[in-house]
Design a binder for this molecule. Structure first.
Ligand code: C2E
Ligand code: CA
Ligand code: CA
Length: 553
């Protein structure tokens, strides 16, 4: 065959080559190399100059049996984005390449280089399209795979999930950002393994991921989501516990995908439900959520006018000294009364926490509480300390303290009669600000309580580093009736109460519903309780009766 025929054959074969099929290079280059008298054609590809120095690259090679050879040509090409290419061409000992053959060999080398770099560039481009900077697949990839699977008829019956790693900023705070990344990688790898060969794991935002997997893997995936110990060498125990909240959607057996958003929307809805239901981390999508979503957006839109129309009112839930059977305080809880319906805070507070609307509501509540207290005092009723819930959204507001003092002082309420309840915070910045705010409030003699203690991940850090006046032990710690003394919950309850007492911090247990639970409190020297056993949150006039009487019997 003549040179140009061989060249044509070479170009055709080269075009058929997949980007990394280096072992087929011998075949591709064979004809043309033999014709030119080249016995060894060796090209090294490095991602960058650093990789070249380390010798960390891939090589493409053609060689024939006449291994004893001698170098004739070295060609080097630096392509900024794509990498460094170095090609060595050898020929048989005793043979030389004439000028014409050298020119042709150079042409072949450059063609291979440009071809391979084009392929690598395409790979890089697709990496950029479908992967994020940390090497996780991204949302466009998840969308593409949904469509690919739909086209291949593989989507029906699959399970989608949208997950949010829990307390990951706390993990980062504990082990540092780099180790945190490693913990996330290990956890996600474990999830990906559990999702099986066809499974998809794609990241959307820092600690959120979309999954897609076969329904037979559902149980195993749920187990990993509920929590898994992941190794983390730098952490003192070498292991760290990671769990996730998740919205899950089991696709119907006969499913037609019109748009990837059909699946993604449902997953987002289910995850939102999981995040706003305090005690449920894994939530399956159901059609009812569409109504919930509509109602949520309606309530959210109605909020500003409802606040202006004073549709929100304060309910007071008594706090009781269990030994003396006496009312000693109360918590102000918000209710939205709309067209005769009483809407629970569980329904609207999470909506208002999406932005800072909640702050407006909290200050409104504080204002109403102060107004009520000043009326009681005017009437000569001895007041009790009332706690007001403040969302952690306030923590980043520099005018927060001023706002509290302005309200409390406007009604001339003695500061010691006001208590502010905060729930745990999760980010470093918030934590620092929370610590500062607690100190500022205490300087003004306003009590500060940590709410729902024990629910969060950071509980111990939270009480170690911040000198709270009151710790409200979450009801999930409270043993139920007839629960044995050696269950994990009973033991933890005892230790938690003892720990708080030994720190000389006021301890109150929430959600006390039965006589037996009251006895448990007494047995553990915990004297303060709040819960249905004594009272549900009461309307103002009902609460006034308790306030006047003060005793429970
Ligand atoms: P929370 O601060 O933990 O309030 C205690 C919740 O537990 C109240 O629910 C109360 O009704 C309920 N509870 C009290 N005793 C018992 C009991 O014995 N058993 C059971 N199962 N539950 C009991 P509520 O009033 O529905 O409030 C829910 C949450 O909404 C509150 O939880 C609080 O996080 C939030 N919230 C309520 N009002 C406000 C407010 O004005 N501002 C802010 N930021 N959040 C509020
Ligand atoms: Ca509370
Ligand atoms: Ca609580």
């Amino acid at each position: 065959m003549e040179y140009f025929e061989l060249l044509e054959e070479f170009l055709i074969k080269l075009n058929e080559l997949d980007s990394h099929e280096t072992e087929r290079m011998t075949d591709v280059l064979g004809g043309i190399c033999r014709y030119l008298g080249i016995s060894l054609f060796c090209m090294n590809v490095y991602d960058n100059a650093g990789a070249e120095k380390r010798g960390d690259g891939r090589s493409l090679k053609y060689y024939d049996s006449k291994a004893e050879s001698e170098q004739v040509l070295a060609i080097r090409e630096d392509l900024d984005v794509i990498g460094v290419y170095v090609c060595h061409i050898y020929c048989e000992t005793g043979r030389t390449l004439d000028k014409k053959a050298q020119k042709r060999a150079r042409y072949i080398a450059l063609t291979v280089m440009s071809y391979v770099s084009r392929k690598l560039f395409k790979d890089k481009a697709s990496r950029l399209t479908y992967m994020d900077a940390d090497g996780y697949y991204n949302l466009p990839y998840y969308r593409k795979k949904l469509h690919d699977y739909a086209d291949e008829g593989k989507l029906s019956g699959k399970v989608g999930a949208y997950i949010n790693l829990k307390h990951f900023s706390v993990v980062n705070r504990k082990v540092g950002r780099d180790n945190g990344d490693m913990v996330m990688r290990n956890y996600i790898k474990c999830l990906a393994d559990t999702c099986g060969e066809d499974g998809i794991v794609a990241r959307f935002g820092r600690d959120r991921f979309f999954l897609l997997f076969d329904s037979e893997d559902l149980d195993a995936v749920l187990e990993v989501l509920s929590g898994k110990e992941v190794s983390c060498e730098s952490f003192f125990e070498g292991k760290i516990f990671v769990s996730a909240s998740a919205g899950i959607y089991v696709l119907p057996k006969k499913y037609t995908l019109n748009h990837s958003a059909d699946v993604i929307d449902k997953l987002v809805m289910a995850l939102n439900a999981a995040r706003t239901t305090k005690r449920k981390d894994l939530v399956f999508y159901n059609e009812n959520m569409e109504f919930v979503r509509e109602r949520s957006s309606l309530l959210y839109q109605l909020f500003p006018s409802a606040l202006a129309n004073e549709e929100f009112c304060v309910y007071y839930q008594p706090k009781v000294d269990v030994n003396r059977g006496r009312l000693v305080g109360a918590e102000a809880l918000c209710r939205w009364s709309r067209e005769g319906e009483i809407i629970s805070p569980e329904e609207f507070i999470p909506l208002l926490e999406q932005d800072t609307s909640i702050c407006k509501l909290d200050f409104y509540m504080l204002d109403r509480v102060c107004r009520d207290m000043s009326l009681w005092m005017e009437q000569g009723i001895e007041p009790v300390r009332v706690s007001v819930n403040m969302s952690r959204k306030h923590v980043l507001d520099s005018a927060f303290l001023r706002g509290i003092l302005d309200t409390v002082d406007a009604y001339e309420i003695p500061h010691e009669l006001i208590e502010i309840e905060f729930t745990e915070t999760t980010t470093d910045a918030e934590f620092k600000d929370l610590k500062r705010i607690v100190a500022e409030l205490q300087r003004e003699d306003i009590c500060v309580a940590v709410d729902d203690f024990g629910m969060g991940y950071s509980s111990l850090t939270l009480i170690k580093d911040i000198p709270w006046n009151v710790i409200k032990v979450d009801k999930s710690f409270l043993p139920v009736d007839e629960e044995k003394d050696d269950t994990v919950r009973s033991v933890m309850f005892r230790y938690v109460v003892a720990m708080i007492r030994s720190m000389a911090v006021e301890c109150i247990v929430e959600g006390v519903e039965t006589k037996e639970q009251v006895e448990k409190l007494k047995a553990n020297d915990c004297i303060l309780a709040q819960g249905y056993f004594y009272d549900k949150p009461l309307m103002k006039n009902e609460f006034e009766k308790r306030l006047v009487k003060k005793v429970y019997n």
